[in-house]
Write a protein that binds this ligand. Structure first.
Ligand code: PMM
Length: 284
């Protein structure tokens, strides 16, 4: 597949996104994450799990301390930091892999960047905390701008789109312009994500998964996060997120074949194999 390589910058490093579809492993350090069930609540266990994800094929770890599950309770910044900062600090000493912090809070992002994270994964696309842009600017961090309407608490009623792929593209382009303006950083510091399952019905999530190429026309690398999500549950009639691994494989294959730059997944070993085969087919 012919495609333009895109540069993603963070601090003094850069990632050339040239069609590889890297794996981002999810490391949720929360007692209430819908699919981790609090298994990794202690620092050492979380660090061990992170190292396992890297050994299984993740190029990048996304570390979060607050569940964004629909209706989940908000976690105060102090508690969020208590969960993620020690894990980031320890992992940074033990690996050179890319680390992002999954947070909407500027205070948590600042502490995570100081502890060694390279990128802020802000599911609000910089809409939740007015100080986030300044935090990014301070360390010239990278940032993932995800598309969300409302908040995780209110998003389920905000699914009115004229045409979901076109509307999400328009809104993401606005978020990017706003983020560049407010942070003073170049667009190369930002990656885009349509926010599968965030203010989207199952049908809308499926449409976005079919529209990766259109998202990439925005000129920035594209991250897709379909892992174990409820649209898979609706297609398969499978209420248990842990039983959605094969469904996730179907979605990840669609992303890899259409040129997503990064997929955010829980089942790293399995999805690494899916991606490797898809990339081999794409380059055949
Ligand atoms: N999904 C979740 C959390 N963070 N971040 C990005 N950029 N994209 C996503 O799709 C995304 C995210 C929710 O899933 P989890 O609770 O299993 O981590």
């Amino acid at each position: 597949m012919q495609r333009t390589p895109l540069i993603f910058r963070f601090g003094d490093r850069e990632l050339v996104c040239d069609g590889q579809c890297l794996i981002m492993g999810v490391l949720n350090v929360t007692p209430d994450s819908f699919s981790d069930g609090g298994e990794h609540a202690s620092t050492e266990r979380a660090v061990q799990h992170g190292l396992e994800l890297l050994a299984q094929g993740a190029a990048w770890l996304d570390i979060g301390g607050e569940s964004t599950r629909p209706g989940a309770a908000e976690v105060p910044a102090a508690e969020e930091m208590r969960r993620v900062v020690p894990v980031i600090r320890e992992l940074r000493q033990r690996t050179d892999a890319l680390i992002s912090v999954d947070t909407m809070k500027a205070a948590t992002a600042r502490a995570a960047l100081a502890a060694g994270a390279h990128v802020v994964n802000d599911v609000s696309g910089l809409q939740a905390d007015p100080d986030m842009a300044a935090v990014l600017a301070e360390s010239a961090a990278g940032c993932i701008l995800m598309h969300l309407r409302g908040t995780p608490a209110t998003m389920r009623s905000l699914t009115q789109y004229a045409a979901v792929v076109a509307d999400v593209c328009t809104e993401l382009a606005q978020r990017l312009e706003d983020a560049v303006h407010r942070s003073g950083l170049s667009p190369e510091h930002f990656m885009l994500d349509p926010g599968i399952g965030f203010a989207k019905t199952a049908e809308q999530s499926l449409a976005l998964l079919a529209g990766v190429a259109r998202l990439r026309e925005l000129g920035r690398p594209v991250l897709m996060g379909p892992s174990r999500k409820s649209f898979i549950g609706q297609v398969l009639g499978q209420p248990d997120p842990r039983q959605r691994v094969w469904g996730t494989a179907g979605a990840v294959a669609a992303c890899a074949l259409q040129g997503a730059d990064l997929v955010r997944v829980h089942d790293v070993r399995e999805m690494s194999e899916v991606v490797r085969v898809c990339l081999a087919i794409r380059s055949a």
